[in-house]
Structures are given as structure tokens and as C-alpha cells.
Design a protein around this ligand. Structure first.
Ligand code: 5BU
Length: 281
């Protein structure tokens, strides 16, 4: 039977990866499958958005390289908020180089991603050595990896046979470091097991979610939480501008942050209702 009919809690035991387990436990405990993508360029705004949405999310997604006034105090504060509000951190780094290089990009440089991000993601373009390189750094820290099997943007070149190869690579990763996918549907269930492969459960996290817009004029395509969670069987909705959009307009900042909080509550409710309907609870 499809994992789509199973509860998040019942799937914890099917994962070896500690980050995947913690995410499923967090979703069940807080009753939310919402991940907020905080794509703002100022440290103070980033932290304030996270404060505003913290209670409503299972996860916060970052693009740490867009923060103009980045310092390690930011990631320390982010980690403290993650503990305080009980959510996980996902740096959407989209690694895409050979194993040796991604080990360095993940562990070192200015951002030291592996030291604070519970989950990150990678393209499989370089081949499975990218998983080995990232696992070398992330596995000892209990981190998890998502492969970009599909993307939300118009005309993207992932998906199809490429997406299937991502599923095969994830199954073949015997370390358990690869714990899921960025995908638009339950892609793991659409790819037949190869001889010798065992069935494994994976997380599916899905960006391109919006209740009020169909696109952004720059290739992004939006679907609703119901389409993503109930109809497509994905596990987590990733929402950016649908939630923090008020901040991009001129006007009263405290009012904008109130709106951010309201939108987070709105998306959280839509995502959780879609999950309850899917699992018929
Ligand atoms: P939005 O504001 O909800 O459109 O932001 C979506 C976020 O998800 C943004 O940070 C993107 O970089 C990210 N994203 C995406 O939109 N589509 C994809 O296929 C992947 C990531 Br992978």
C-alpha cells in the first residue's frame, strides 16, 4: 500500500536516518507539514520571519548565500530558534559538483552548512560520487540528504528518466544518508524496484506551493497544499513568498510580520487538513 495512506508517526521506524526520523516526529508532534522558505537578504529580517513562523512549521528552509550581512552569529541564532520552536533547518544549497568539492563546500567556507543545517539537497548531475562526498561530512553529524529528482519551475530538465535515476541512486545509497527527494509527487513509488533492491521509504518535500498565485512570471509554478499533499501524496509543503510576501511591499514592518504569521497559520492549516483527508484520520 502507498505510504500516502500512512501517518507520519507510523513511518518513523522505516527510516534509519536520524534527520528523517526527527522530521517525521516533529510533524506529528506539532501537527504541521509546513516548511517556510525564508528567502530574505537581511539577517534581522530572516530571524524575525523565523520568529514569526516558528510555532507553525516543522522546518525552515534557507538560502544562506543570499544574506548580505551573514555571520556565524546568524546560524547560531537560527539553531537556537530551531531548538526553542522545535523545527528543523534545511539549507537549500543544491550541491552540484564532484564528491571532493562538495565535501569542502558542505563542511567549510564561510557558511559551514553541515554544522547547522539538518538537511540539505543535491543534484545528481555529477553522479553518485556527490552522495559519497556529502555523506562523508553529513553522516557522522546525523544529517540527511534530499536528491533533486524533480523541480517546480517551467521547462526544467529534471524529472523523467533523470528523476528515476535519482530514485535508483537513493535506493542504492546503503548508508541511509539519502533520505528523500525534492519532487512534485510520490516519485519513489513510480519507479520499479531493480533486482536486489529492497523497498525503502523516502521523504518527498515539494516547493512551488501557493494559494493565491499560479506563477511568478519567472518560471515558478504554484500548486495548492491540497494538490501537493492530498492529490500527489507528498510529505512536506515548502512555501516562500506566499508566506513572507508582505515583507516585499513598502509599508509598516510590524504589520507585515503580523501578516507573515497569519499566512503561516493559513498554509499550516491547509497542509494539515490535506494530510488528514489523505490519511482519513
Ligand atoms: P516561493 O517564493 O514559494 O516561490 O519559493 C520557493 C523556494 O523553493 C525558493 O527558495 C526556491 O529556490 C525553492 N525551490 C523551488 O521553488 N523549486 C524547486 O524546484 C526547488 C527549489 Br528544488
Amino acid at each position: 500500500s502507498s505510504v500516502a495512506s500512512k501517518t507520519y508517526a507510523s513511518r518513523v521506524a522505516s527510516f534509519a536516518n536520524p534527520a528523517a526520523k526527527l522530521l517525521l516526529e516533529t510533524m506529528e508532534r506539532k501537527k504541521t507539514n509546513l516548511c517556510v522558505s525564508v528567502d530574505v537578504t537581511k539577517k534581522a529580517d530572516l530571524l524575525q520571519v523565523v520568529e514569526s513562523v516558528g510555532a507553525d512549521v516543522c522546518m525552515v528552509k534557507t538560502h544562506i548565500d543570499i544574506v548580505e550581512d551573514f555571520d556565524l552569529d546568524l546560524t547560531e541564532k537560527l539553531s537556537a530558534l530551531s531548538t526553542q520552536h522545535d523545527f528543523m533547518i534545511f539549507e537549500d544549497r543544491k550541491f552540484a559538483d564532484i564528491g571532493n568539492t562538495v565535501s569542502l563546500q558542505y563542511s567549510s567556507g564561510v557558511h559551514k552548512i553541515a554544522s547547522w543545517s539538518h538537511i540539505t539537497n543535491a543534484h545528481l548531475v555529477p553522479g553518485p560520487g556527490i552522495i559519497t562526498g556529502l555523506a562523508e561530512v553529513g553522516q557522522p553529524l546525523g544529517r540527511g540528504l534530499l536528491l533533486l529528482a524533480e523541480m517546480s519551475s517551467k521547462g526544467n530538465l529534471a524529472g523523467g528518466e533523470y528523476g528515476q535515476k535519482c530514485v535508483q541512486a537513493a535506493r542504492n545509497d546503503t548508508t541511509g544518508f539519502t533520505c528523500g527527494f525534492i519532487a512534485m509527487d510520490r516519485i519513489d513509488e513510480k519507479v520499479a524496484l531493480q533486482p536486489g533492491q529492497e523497498h525503502k521509504d523516502f521523504l518527498v518535500l515539494t516547493p512551488g506551493v501557493g494559494l493565491d498565485a499560479k506563477g511568478d512570471g519567472k518560471g515558478q509554478q504554484y500548486r495548492t497544499p491540497d494538490e501537493v499533499i492530498r492529490q500527489s501524496g507528498c510529505d512536506v509543503i515548502i512555501v516562500g513568498r506566499g508566506i513572507y510576501g508582505a515583507l516585499l511591499k513598502d509599508g509598516d514592518k510590524s504589520e507585515a510580520f503580523r501578516n507573515v504569521q497569519e499566512q503561516a497559520a493559513r498554509y499550516r492549516k491547509a497542509g494539515w487538513e490535506a494530510y488528514l483527508q489523505r490519511t482519513q484520520q
